[in-house]
Design a protein around this ligand. Sequence first.
Ligand code: PTJ
Length: 250
Amino acid sequence: MGIPRSHPRYQSLMLREKLADGLREGLVHETGLIAHGRGEAFDYLIGEETIEAADDAARVAAAQLLLADDPVISVNGNAAALTAKECVSLAKTVPAKLEVNLFHRSKGRVRRIVSELKKYGAERVYGLNADSLIPGLDHDRALCEETGIFGADVVLVPLEDGDRCEALKKMEKTVVTIDLNPLSRTARAADVTIVDNIVRAIPNIERWVGELRGKEEEMRKIVKMWNNEKNLRNVLSYISKRLNSLQVYP
Ligand code: PTJ
């Protein structure tokens, strides 16, 4: 569909188109469209921009990825449809491994997402040869690779469901998430929650990786000082102040 650039909702409509294309190409699960709708609603509430609290979280996320021994970026259908190129670029910059991990898992969809990431230059993508299980999960999202997510110390899990986030925490991994819903179980269980649209958050983490690389002392300090609960409270307070200040008829 040709959406004119002049359309006031151009960016948002383009993201919908990307997801619809992703569904047709077999990257996105049907329910991914519903998940995106929920994300859109929260994006509206924060003003469809990276707010300060999200930028702070992206900075800590970059520090966590740089300080990690074995960082992994987990990619699902929505993440692949919206940010395959950006995920590959971030993985190369850190460097971090990429693993496809799906809630509604099918071998075909894992294969298609792996190819999509390779199309943008990923050399190795984990996920097809799942040989390990994340303990405590009784659905397919438990399936992962021993040398990928299973063995990682820091995992970036965008657009996640709460269960896996909690299970990864129980494995003593550091979990970084990107979730527009500051009230989700994932947002509350993760060590670092970036409340931002994935399309803005991934490039922003990469920008911070560039800024922080080599500044080990500074990175250790910001990781130590980080309080995720406080940051989520800041997001909620930002949203409520913003809503109070909005006029229905400007
Ligand atoms: O590809 P699969 O099979 O792994 O399935 C992926 C989905 C997203 C369908 C699956 O993980 C799922 O059902 O997720 P949930 O439980 O709906 O959670 C998704 C979260 O991501 C929600 O809290 C949304 O608000 C949030 N979200 C949706 N779109 C975006 C987003 N957060 C950031 N950027 C977005 N574009």
